[in-house]
Ligand binder design. Structure first.
Ligand code: HEM
Length: 390
């Protein structure tokens, strides 16, 4: 049991595949902090999960609640969820222009010394953070606020702090949890302060018109953190999966293909490994009984194997058809589907085209990306190592 939990924590894709081979597409597991969980990559089960009126999202995100706070969309459930979801969705229509996203991407890649190894994930992380701040606050942000966001992130680099509530004690500014809380407050204050000078059409200003003042700093910070981390991880996967044909077509500015390429990368290597839903009453999913209060976890990489020749990397499949949510859900599904989806896909298209059209980037010969958990996400091991040649 413990070994299963450790294996899920460290290498979720490998864990899902091993369980599916041994026990089929649906199985029960025990996970720390969540207890007995029903995991499934079976499209028939997922179809029921998507439409089930008594499976609620948001509740099981304990670690996200502890680190980011209580009052933001990702951890909300019940009647509070719908109005906040609407407010966030209406605000997220105003993201940065393609030109701005390309400019911020180039600024990060221009700084890379020629011939020196670097982590694509790290550079994409920095670019995404600045793009997200730009969208939230409407202008290129001073390095001070970028630094505050990085400091806040650095304070939970130890995963034990996130997953062991016993460590989440504020014993002053030098204790790990005390440091995290203080950095979080400083970042929220800085976001609010910058928002006072922001244009009316940026995400932050639109959000300020739609959510109550006390909720605003937490929601702003949650969007900033969740938005840029997921996009950076996906960018690292896209690069890790690039092949010469894809490089050629993305360089040629074949945007439809670039989007299909990103969608296929998200199919084989989704940055979010699983969703969580909590049963609000005793219920059944196919032959499986789910007691009230227990967690159901759709395993995204497994569900996304239900394609012809599933292991083959084939962006063309997304040019032909749009798969249903129970077969393809890297952004989740139902009423909790990711509100940042359009923004993330547009940003990834711009970043990939910008990097491939302006730089010569090489990955180590024979590089095989291995999935590894990094806090809440799954990223390529070593963050997709690369060299800039020109
Ligand atoms: C490639 C990038 C991204 C991926 C793979 C991704 C993936 C996801 C997934 C899997 C969920 C859970 C949905 C569910 O439970 O059914 C989610 C929710 C969410 N995402 Fe994203 N996301 C990405 C980018 C973004 C961006 C850019 C933003 C904000 C600007 C964002 C904000 C959110 C929020 C606020 C939720 C919570 C929605 C709710 O529970 O109602 N995401 N995302």
């Amino acid at each position: 049991m413990i070994w299963d939990a450790v294996s899920w924590l460290l290498h979720p894709y490998a864990y899902f595949q091993r369980q599916a081979r041994r026990r089929g597409l649906t199985w029960r597991a025990w996970l720390p902090g969540l207890g007995r969980v029903l995991m499934s990559g079976d499209p028939h089960i997922l179809e029921q999960v998507i439409h089930h009126p008594h499976l609620a999202g948001g509740i099981a995100h304990r670690a996200l609640r502890a680190t980011l706070g209580e009052d933001h969309l990702i951890v909300m459930s019940g009647p509070a969820h719908r109005p906040r979801s609407l407010a966030v969705r209406q605000s997220l229509t105003a993201f940065s222009s393609d030109q701005e996203m390309a400019r911020l991407t180039r600024q990060e890649f221009d700084q890379l010394p020629l011939g020196q190894p670097f982590s694509l994930h790290k550079v994409a992380h920095q670019a995404s953070l600045r793009i997200m701040l730009n969208g939230l606050l409407g202008a290129d942000q001073e390095s001070a606020i970028v630094k505050l966001a990085q400091q806040f992130q650095a304070s939970f680099s130890n995963p034990l702090l996130l997953f062991l509530p016993a460590l989440q004690q504020d014993w002053g500014p030098y204790s790990p949890w005390g440091r995290l809380l203080r950095r979080r407050r400083r970042l929220q204050e800085a976001l609010l302060q910058q928002l006072q000078h922001a244009p009316q059409d940026c995400i932050g200003a639109r959000l300020a018109q739609r959510v109550a003042a006390p909720s605003l700093p937490v929601e702003l910070m949650a969007l900033l953190m969740f938005g840029h981390e997921t996009t950076a991880a996906t960018f690292a996967w896209c690069f890790a999966l690039l092949q010469p044909e894809a490089v050629r077509r993305i360089r040629d500015g074949d945007t439809r293909y670039t989007l299909a390429f990103i969608e296929e990368s998200l199919r084989l290597c989704p940055a979010v490994g699983q969703l969580t839903r909590v049963a609000q009453q005793d219920l059944s999913l196919g032959p499986w009984q789910v007691p009230r209060g227990s967690v159901v976890m759709p395993a995204i990489p497994l569900a996304q194997q239900n394609f012809p020749d599933p292991q083959r990397f084939d962006p063309e499949r997304f040019l032909r058809t749009a798969p249903p949510a129970n077969h393809y859900c890297p952004f989740g599904f139902g009423e909790r589907i990711c509100p940042g989806k359009a923004m993330a896909l547009r940003q990834l298209v711009v970043m990939l085209e910008t990097v491939l059209q302006n730089y010569e980037i090489r990955l180590p010969l024979g590089y095989q990306p291995r999935p590894q958990r990094k806090l809440f996400l799954v990223v390529p091991q070593a963050g997709t190592p690369a060299l800039r040649l020109a």
